[in-house]
Every structure is written in structure tokens, then in C-alpha cells.
Design a binder for this molecule. Structure first.
Ligand code: IPD
Ligand code: CA
Ligand code: CA
Length: 298
């Protein structure tokens, strides 16, 4: 199917150009993936490969050709025309750890923010377009503000789950300062209260999956704008809601993201409030306690 056909080019303004770039980068990622690539460490367990850097370079070049007046802010260091009215947030490879291990869950993510003249450097503009491409499944998720969200050219919508007890959730864990993350407690609590919590390793795809109803909600601490910009717009355009853990408007610099189908959002916020206050937490048995239980059962 053509790019025009699959992305509704007649309605979408920026998506067709961005989709072509994401597809080109995605096809190259598949080649690297098939060959296997060496891994370097950016820190702790924060991995980077030649594919991350080469694809950011490719995407920067292609965006510069397709949208010469737009700025670019990429994970691997690209900072171009940051005073422009439009800015692309680029994650050339979201899910590097999966990619490096041969686990087929990763994507290219391109999100476009409109920043009218006078927008303060630390203030958000408006997300206006987003494309997330999964090259292993050939799935292209796309959205523009006010024009809906699509998967391979077909409209997508959030799920109809009404309560946490019937929800499938996703989260992720940081690759830097892992010891400082409290997320294991939230993982435990939401696992006990839902159909389960997936940790598939690509925040962009997690958000895209909330948008198309495969997941009912997603949360994570300490993500960056290149991880979230495209996915946030997808969720909102598919009928969902995105906020911080207190229900405040999500900001790109926020340390917390909660995205859901909207129907279960308030219930999730209630649990976050309780958990941060230390209420209703189910204690996690220590390995030693488990060992004692095993002995008693034997
Ligand atoms: C990572 C993935 C992962 C999330 C990490 C991100 P990267 O992005 O989105 O799912 O848990 O927090 O850093 O490093 O593979 O682009
Ligand atoms: Ca990422
Ligand atoms: Ca990345």
C-alpha cells in the first residue's frame, strides 16, 4: 500500500513525509537487526549501538530535506533550529536494549511540536503530529491534532475497559539511576489489581498500544520528550487521556507519564495518590520469607 493511501495523505499534513522517513529508517533497522550489532554503554545499563546513531543521522538529513524550516531534537544529540516554530522530537530507535538482544520490540518515533513565536524555552508548545513505526510488524501508527489516529491507514481507538480490574497495563524501568526508582512498588500494586502489567521495553510502542486499545494504560517515570511526543498525541487523538500521576496536564519535561483510555484514568490516579501516601501497599515477601514458606510446604 502506498504511503499516501496508508496515512490518509489527503487529511494529514505532516504525517506522509514523516511516515516515509520512519519507514526508511525502520527498513535499515531491520537490516542491522538481522546482521547483529555491537553494543556500547552510555552509562549503567543504558545501551547504544551503531544503528541508533546512524538512524538519527539519516532521520536528521531526511527531516531537513522534507521540512527545512523545522527544528530537530534527537536522543543521540541532534539539536537544530531550536528557535523554529516547529520542532521534531526524534527517537531513532526506541527499545535499544531489545534490539541489541534480538528481542523484536522496537520502533522509530517522530513527534512534531508547534511552538509559536515567544514560547519560552522551558514551556511546551502543542503536539501536532506523531509517527511511530514498528519495522518488525510493519505497523505504522500516525496521528495529527484534530485529524485522528491511525494504524496502517485505518482509524484506531482506545479500549473500552471500565475499571482497573479488567485492564492490561504496561510500564518501563529506567536504564540510569536504577536504584533510585520506586517503580517496582507500583509494578507490584498494579499487577495485583489488574489483568497484568507488561514491560515490553519500548515506551513509544507502549503508548501506541494504548492508542489502539491493545493496552488500557501505561505509566513510567523519567521518560524524555523523544520517547513520548508522538505517542502522547496518538493516545489523545485515539480518545484517551495523558497526565502526570496527580492528573495534571502532562508536560514534555515531566518526570511522570500516565496514559490511559480515559475511563480508568481517575481510578489509576487514586491508586497513585494512595501509594505515594503509603496507603494500602501489599508487602512484597523477601526471598528469605519465600524460602521459609517453601520449607513449610515441603
Ligand atoms: C527506552 C525504552 C524503554 C523505557 C526506557 C527508555 P531507548 O528507550 O523506551 O521502554 O523503559 O525508559 O529509555 O533507550 O531504548 O530509546
Ligand atoms: Ca527511547
Ligand atoms: Ca532511543
Amino acid at each position: 500500500m502506498s504511503i499516501a493511501g496508508e496515512t490518509g495523505a489527503s487529511a494529514f499534513k505532516w504525517v506522509p513525509g514523516a511516515a516515509a522517513i520512519a519507514r526508511e529508517a525502520g527498513a535499515k533497522l531491520r537490516e542491522y537487526y538481522a546482521q547483529g550489532v555491537e553494543t556500547e554503554y552510555k552509562g549503567d545499563v543504558d545501551l547504544v549501538t551503531v544503528a541508533d546513531r546512524a538512524m538519527e543521522k539519516l532521520i536528521r538529513t531526511r527531516l531537513g530535506m522534507a521540512f527545512p524550516e523545522h527544528g530537530i531534537y534527537g536522543e543521540e544529540g541532534t539539536r537544530e533550529r531550536l528557535d523554529a516554530q516547529f520542532r521534531w522530537y526524534v527517537d531513532p530507535l526506541d527499545g535499544t536494549t531489545n534490539f541489541a538482544h534480538g528481542f523484536p520490540q522496537f520502533a522509530v518515533s517522530l513527534g512534531l511540536e508547534q511552538r509559536p513565536a515567544g514560547t519560552a524555552p522551558d514551556a511546551d508548545g502543542t503536539l501536532v503530529a506523531g509517527v511511530i513505526f514498528d519495522p518488525m510488524r510493519d505497523e505504522l501508527f500516525a496521528a495529527e491534532r484534530g485529524r485522528g489516529a491511525q494504524l496502517n491507514g485505518r482509524p484506531i481507538h482506545i479500549s473500552s475497559a471500565k475499571e482497573l480490574a479488567e485492564a492490561l497495563l504496561a510500564t518501563g524501568f529506567p536504564s540510569r539511576k536504577r536504584h533510585a526508582s520506586p517503580n517496582i512498588h507500583f509494578y507490584q500494586e498494579f499487577t495485583l489489581r489488574s489483568h497484568g502489567v507488561r514491560r515490553a521495553g519500548s515506551a513509544a510502542l507502549d503508548l501506541a498500544y494504548v492508542a489502539c486499545g491493545r493496552l488500557d494504560a501505561f505509566w513510567e517515570f523519567n521518560l524524555n520528550p523523544w520517547d513520548t511526543a508522538a505517542g502522547i498525541l496518538l493516545v489523545e487523538e485515539a480518545g484517551g487521556r495523558v497526565s502526570d500521576y496527580a492528573g495534571n496536564k502532562y508536560r514534555l519535561a515531566s518526570d511522570e507519564i500516565l496514559a490511559s483510555n480515559g475511563a480508568i484514568h481517575q481510578e489509576l490516579i487514586g491508586f497513585f495518590v494512595d501509594m505515594f501516601a503509603g496507603r494500602g501497599l501489599a508487602p512484597i515477601p523477601t526471598p528469605r520469607e519465600f524460602a521459609e514458606q517453601r520449607l513449610k510446604r515441603a
